[in-house]
Design a protein around this ligand. Structure first.
Ligand code: NAP
Length: 284
């Protein structure tokens, strides 16, 4: 009897930059699962039809990347995380087409791995940025009981939107005042594109952070961002963007292929090498 081959894909436009095939095909091979994971370039006007015919195309689910994450939310049954973040990045068929946002758990599980106990002491989290990544981070922080979150963004209207979305646990502050807020932060998170390959560096005085603070950078190209280097030089605990990227991929693999995959050092090195050989021109 032949085992049926389950297949999933990542949908984006363009899609060449996506490292999801590298990650999922590594796991398929490692666990000797007779599955397939492919990249699908789908332009925006074809997205709805594509996801509504996933099963007919032979797929049990999909990752969704730029520019389809909001459309993925609209054309599926989202869970609380996807609805709260306002974007979905993982789809699966379960009678209906369901969706979630795995950036939330990618962020949380990476912090759990890099800085165990980070959520035990309360304290203030300073979040830089107000895009989709910042929304996932804030939702995750609130899920874990962070009592005070200071959202800081270059464009103030967008931090105001965050406060309206997430409520009074989220305070807003001006971009020019970011250094001042570090003095009593237990956690600093860069959810902007600053520090990313091809973008300006993030100018911030991390010398003001308390000695027990943790610094997380969502940027994953380069892996070793100037922010993380400066934090490590100060002896602070850090969580990098590649770790988050890998942790966010776990749930999709489990949903589609029935196995919770491990994030091995071999996979992390493979991804690092691939990203440094051909860095993406924009974020995934
Ligand atoms: P986005 O929606 O485009 O948001 C970009 C953010 O960066 C905005 O808050 C923007 O501020 C800010 N920004 C850009 N240029 C700036 C500048 N010169 N000065 C100050 N602020 C600036 O992007 P996103 O999807 O939220 O992603 C943000 C970052 O997270 C990207 O680097 C992405 O690769 C990374 N990310 C990583 C993972 C992972 O798994 N590691 C997952 C998701 C995202 P304005 O609002 O003022 O424009």
């Amino acid at each position: 009897m032949t085992e049926s081959v389950r297949a999933a894909c990542v949908i984006g436009w363009p899609i060449e930059h996506s490292r999801s095939p590298l990650i999922h095909n590594y796991w398929l091979k490692r666990y000797r699962i007779p599955g397939a994971y492919r990249a699908e370039a789908v332009p925006p006007h074809e997205f709805r039809e594509f996801v509504q015919s996933l099963a007919a195309r032979g797929y049990v689910g999909a990752n969704v990347t730029v520019p389809h994450k909001e459309a993925a939310l609209a054309w599926s049954q989202p869970d609380d995380r996807a609805r709260a973040v306002g974007a979905a990045n993982t789809l699966w068929l379960d009678g209906v087409l369901r969706s979630t946002n795995t950036d939330v758990e990618g962020f949380l599980h990476n912090l759990d791995a890099c800085a165990p106990g980070w959520d035990r002491n309360g304290g203030t989290a300073v979040v830089l940025g107000a895009g989709g990544a910042a929304r996932a981070v804030i939702y995750g922080l609130l899920e874990r009981g962070t009592r005070r979150i200071v959202a800081i963004n270059r464009t103030p209207r967008r931090t105001q939107d965050l406060r309206e979305r997430f409520g009074t646990h989220v305070q807003t502050a001006a971009w020019a005042e970011r250094d001042r807020w570090l003095t009593d932060a237990s956690l600093l998170i860069n959810a902007t594109t600053l520090g990313m390959h091809g973008q300006p560096d993030l100018a911030i005085d991390i010398g003001r952070l308390p000695a027990a603070a943790i610094v997380a950078d969502l940027v994953y190209v380069p892996l070793d961002t100037p922010l993380l280097r400066a934090a490590r030089a100060r002896g602070l605990r850090t969580a990098d963007g590649i770790g988050m990227l890998l942790h966010q991929a776990v749930r999709g693999f489990l949903l589609w292929f029935g196995k919770k995959p491990e994030i091995t050092n071999e996979l992390k090195s493979l991804l690092e090498r691939d990203l440094s050989a051909s860095p993406p021109r924009s974020q995934e």
